[in-house]
Design a binder for this molecule. Structure first.
Ligand SMILES: [Zn+2]
Length: 311
């Protein structure tokens, strides 16, 4: 379709849609991001399916074992549960699994999903040692320390060093690590899912770069120059104990066009339970903070198991 516009002193400008070269963006499939709850995502661009911290079991009716968890439920020395029936309903394919750190609300379902899908898993050495204990073959496992930038077929990922949420009013601190000398026997107890250091990922899809977070914390200097168009921003209460968290995060990441809050929900409740309290406490203030700091940013509030499509 041609449109003709008369400008000023009779200068004719012709807009011809057919003559505008179509960009790579126009030809590629939209990015689809399904929120799995906690810090968990299934992201696909039509070429690859990438899971981020898929925690589907959601340790029903309680919790226990997480460093900030004092409520009854699973205890720290219980065997870490994995709801394989629910996982089978929700996960059919994965090419990659990116794991931010080793706590059970990030890694707890990865042994089963990695075995089921054959996905390549990228995580800290601690994460990889846990997966080895569960018998995941070495060919699937990529131990990283932060700083790596790996090219795979149809997908590349930069690993960004990071730090864990400042839990327990900033008193949380855990330097334990697993390495090749650590003896672990599956199934592991919840308290054997140690943090083991924390990471972020810049996941590059066909037409979008997604910067992922699994904690409410980051190392500012390690994010310099990383300007994703989509940021999965850690948005939970402990961020309020950090200096100007929202402002520093948005600024250093170049005020991303799209920000999607992650890890904001109560991950101890199964899917289908009301998350209104956490929405009111975490999402509502964050949305208004972003509106002030970066008015052009679009904040998308994710809903459990619903897919966000970005053209
Ligand atoms: Zn954690």
């Amino acid at each position: 379709m041609n449109r003709i516009k008369i400008v000023g002193l009779g200068i004719v400008v012709v807009f011809c849609a057919a003559l505008i070269p179509s960009s790579a963006e126009a030809q590629s499939e939209p990015l689809q991001l399904k929120y799995l709850g906690a810090a968990g995502w299934e992201i696909s661009d039509g070429n690859v399916v990438v899971l981020i911290d898929p925690w589907i079991t959601r340790a029903k009716y309680g919790g226990g074992g997480h460093p900030d968890d004092t409520r009854p439920g699973y205890a720290r020395d219980d065997i870490a549960p994995s709801d394989t029936v629910l996982i089978d309903q929700l996960i059919s394919r994965a090419d990659f699994i990116l794991v931010h750190h080793g706590h059970f609300d990030h890694l707890g379902d990865v042994p089963y999903i990695a075995r089921k899908t054959g996905a390549k898993v990228i995580g800290t050495e601690t994460t990889i040692m846990i997966l080895r204990a569960y018998g995941i073959p070495n060919e699937q496992l990529y131990a990283v320390g932060g700083g790596e930038d790996y090219q795979f077929e149809n997908f590349s990922v930069r690993v960004v060093p990071s730090i864990h949420s400042a839990l327990g009013e900033k008193h949380y601190f855990d330097t334990r690590r697993y390495d090749r000398n650590t003896e672990l026997e599956a199934p592991l107890l919840i308290n054997q899912f140690i943090e083991g250091g924390s990471l972020m990922f810049l996941a590059r899809f066909q037409s979008h770069n997604v910067l992922t977070m699994g904690s409410m914390n980051f190392v500012e200097r390690d994010l310099e120059g990383i300007h994703p168009d989509i940021l999965l921003a850690g948005v939970n209460g402990s961020r309020l104990g950090l200096y100007n968290y929202d402002e520093r995060l948005l600024k250093v990441t170049g005020y991303p066009a799209i920000v999607i809050p992650t890890h904001w929900d109560n991950f101890r409740l199964p899917y289908g339970f009301s998350q209104e309290a956490n929405i009111a406490r975490n999402l509502v203030p964050f949305v208004s903070a972003v509106a002030n700091i970066s008015p052009k940013t679009r904040v998308i509030q994710p809903v459990h198991l619903e897919t966000i499509t970005i053209e």
